[in-house]
Design a protein around this ligand. Structure first.
Ligand code: PGA
Length: 233
């Protein structure tokens, strides 16, 4: 794992943008994309750039079950607002959280991943070192799968919803094996709340209790950390 230390999120997002641009110039055709606060400034850099994705494919990490693409809390909506409206891809895939048969949907998503191997995967990391919705204890061998959200995640999300029953209880997520199959991974971590997870990811044992620790075994990972997130490494 190559580590690049930067001052802050703004600088880190610019570094990430440069790497992304270089990979596209070198022929990357399929991008793995993430939601959350971590990639927001990278997406802003992209929106303001001359990059053209019209001949490329994007595949997102995860989506909530039960939310339509128009729902403001859905990841499909997030991607549209922050990237796709300004920079459309030839084809963009997110798991369909409204699929009637969710097991079939996970299988379908694995087929998409097999058809379009990810050249560059953008990743954030959770405070507990999760990647995607792969919480501690998720099998390293996991492919795309249905996830029961933890009570703490459901509670944290409830602030975005009017009624408790509207808060999603499940999500569909690429698994850890799916993420590992990307040819290159660019993981960004910003802020002190990520410091412990970053240290565990790099220095800890490779164990399913630390989902991101599997990245120690990937041949091509670049980690961009700001001073606070990198405090423990
Ligand atoms: P964040 O989430 O980018 O909103 O910090 C990252 C994650 O939980 O994977």
């Amino acid at each position: 794992m190559k580590t690049i230390k930067v001052k802050n999120k703004t600088e880190g997002s610019k570094v990430a943008f440069k790497i992304l641009q270089e990979e596209i110039e070198a022929g990357a055709k399929t991008l793995g994309l993430a939601t959350g606060s971590t990639p927001l400034e990278l997406y802003k850099e992209i929106r303001e750039s001359h990059l053209d994705f019209s001949d490329m494919v994007s595949i997102n990490l995860d989506e909530y079950v039960g939310l339509s693409a128009d729902d403001k809390q859905s990841y499909a909506y997030f991607m549209k607002q922050n990237l796709f409206a300004a920079k459309p891809f030839k084809k963009s895939y997110l798991p369909n959280g409204l699929a009637a048969d969710l097991a079939k949907e996970t299988e379908y998503y694995d087929q998409i991943l097999a058809q379009y191997p990810i050249d560059l995967q953008i990743l954030g990391i959770g405070r507990n070192a999760h990647i995607g919705f792969n919480e501690p204890g998720t099998a390293f061998s996991s492919q795309t799968h249905l996830v029961d959200l933890t009570p703490s995640t459901i509670a944290a999300n409830s602030r975005f919803f009017e009624k408790a029953e509207d808060v999603p209880k499940q999500a569909i997520s690429m698994g850890l094996a799916s993420i590992m199959s990307a040819k290159m991974i660019l993981l960004m971590a910003f802020g002190e709340e990520k410091a412990e997870a970053v240290a565990a990811m790099i220095k800890g044992p490779v164990t399913e209790e630390i989902p991101a620790s599997i990245l120690q075994t990937h041949p091509k990972v670049i980690l961009i950390v700001d001073e606070k997130a990198g405090a423990g490494i």
